[in-house]
Design a protein around this ligand. Structure first.
Ligand code: FAD
Length: 390
């Protein structure tokens, strides 16, 4: 067991860190103020990220990406996570569920997305189906060679700027026997649906306290017809496709949190070492220094869990519990670290002049999206109890 990075990983981390500091961080205040990334700025960031070779870094070389492994991607996500989501999202890491595209789907969706000509969104959540996605009401009913979609998706990240959506919709019900006599869960299928398809409307989403400028949208489908060739994966196999490809998403959330925590910790440490009260720097008071000790310990623990999960993913050994532990530890850690960093700053920590209050607000959503902390605990505990039949 060893923890050293390779020379190549060191170089990649340094490149992404410099890009984040030079090209993204200077625009944080503007994005926060406007609640969006101006189009010209977004196009400029994308272009520079492509030139720097860090665009679509997670995708295989064969499809036009940089082909980085999961461990290296976790290091990349950590650096990008230090800045505002609305900005670092433009350094695309396309959802690798797109690798399930076959034939013509690759030309229409996968390749242009990896190249930065198109952008995807992913729509699972609905007003009545969040954690319990099997209860989704959005339906796709087969009609000859087409599917007719009806229903609503909400909370869809960057739905306002995407070109198409990877949509999960119910295409049938399990038999009552399969459901064990309980409520029959829906059979789910994944589809690729272009923005602009008649019957598909993108509406403004909710105002969110976290990640301003990275907006969510509501999608409504009203007799939206798409050809059956738009199925991603197999009919009724939507969750199987998602489970095969989306494990890395939780690692990305965890790694982003590591980066933001490191930035908050850096600010708090500098303040504790220089701010004087009662004739000495506040870091000399145990009430402050022990906070820093706890923050550093939680950060190190979350980082080890995240990198271990990524390392296991590269060996094909990552379980859903590994990813859940990393997400749970890192997101809960970030909430604590940003809160304590503000406490160390005192009143100044709450002021918009520093990035801390934003990082504290941004931390809030991490414990909710991509599966709440309770759902992560559910996944972890199930992996402990199931082998014993519990
Ligand atoms: C800003 C933002 C962006 C998002 N982006 C996307 C996106 O791009 N695409 C997408 O599909 N979704 C997206 N989501 C949705 C997100 O994944 C859901 O919010 C999340 O899964 C929780 O669902 P919910 O909000 O409906 O809460 P609910 O599922 O209603 O949960 C409410 C509470 O009950 C708890 N709970 C529920 N079930 C259990 C259980 N079995 N055991 C214990 N506790 C339980 C939850 O933990 C939570 O505390 C986004 C959400 C936000 C806030």
């Amino acid at each position: 067991m060893h923890f050293a990075l390779t020379d190549e990983q060191e170089l990649i981390v340094a490149t992404v860190a410099e890009f984040t500091e030079r090209e993204l961080m200077p625009h944080e205040e503007e994005v926060e103020r406007l609640g969006r990334v101006p189009g010209q700025l977004a196009a400029g960031i994308k272009k520079k990220a492509i030139e720097a070779g860090i665009f679509s870094a997670n995708m295989p070389v064969e499809v036009g990406g940089a082909g980085l492994d999961n461990l290296t991607m976790a290091l990349v996500e950590k650096e990008l996570g230090k800045t505002a989501y609305a900005l670092h999202h433009l350094v695309a890491r396309p959802s690798n569920i797109l690798l399930a595209c076959v034939g013509e789907q690759r030309d229409r969706y996968l390749y242009p997305t990896v190249a930065g000509r198109r952008m995807e969104a992913l729509a699972m959540s609905e007003p009545d189906a969040g954690s319990d996605l099997r209860g989704m009401k959005c339906r796709a009913v087969r009609d000859g060679d087409e599917y007719v979609i009806r229903g609503v998706k909400h909370f869809i990240s960057h739905g306002d700027i995407c070109d198409y959506v990877i949509l999960f919709a119910a295409t049938g019900e399990e038999s009552p026997q399969d459901a064990g006599g309980g409520r029959a869960p829906r059979k789910i299928t994944a589809f690729l649906v272009d923005v602009g398809t008649p019957g598909f409307e993108v509406q403004e989403g909710y105002r969110c306290v976290s990640h301003r400028g990275y907006n969510n949208a509501v999608f409504s489908f009203d007799d939206c017809r798409i050809p059956a060739s738009q199925i991603l994966g197999e009919e009724h196999q939507g969750f199987e496709v998602a489970n095969t490809w989306l494990g890395g998403t939780r690692l990305a959330v965890a790694a982003n949190c590591l980066g933001r925590a490191e930035r908050a910790m850096g600010l708090a440490t500098e303040w504790a070492a220089t701010r004087t009260q009662f004739g000495q720097t506040i870091g000399r008071f145990q009430g402050v220094s022990f906070k820093l000790a706890d923050m550093a310990t939680q950060m190190a623990a979350a980082e080890l869990l995240t990198l271990r999960a990524a390392w296991k993913a590269d060996r094909g050994e990552m379980s859903s519990a590994d990813a859940a532990m990393a997400k749970l530890a890192a997101t809960e850690m970030l909430a604590h670290v940003t809160d304590e960093a503000i406490q160390i700053f005192g009143g100044m920590g709450l002021m918009g002049e520093l990035p801390l209050e934003r990082m504290w607000r941004d931390a809030r959503v991490e414990r909710i999206w991509d599966g709440t902390s309770e759902i992560q605990r559910h996944i972890i505990s199930r992996s402990i109890l199931r082998p014993l039949g519990g």
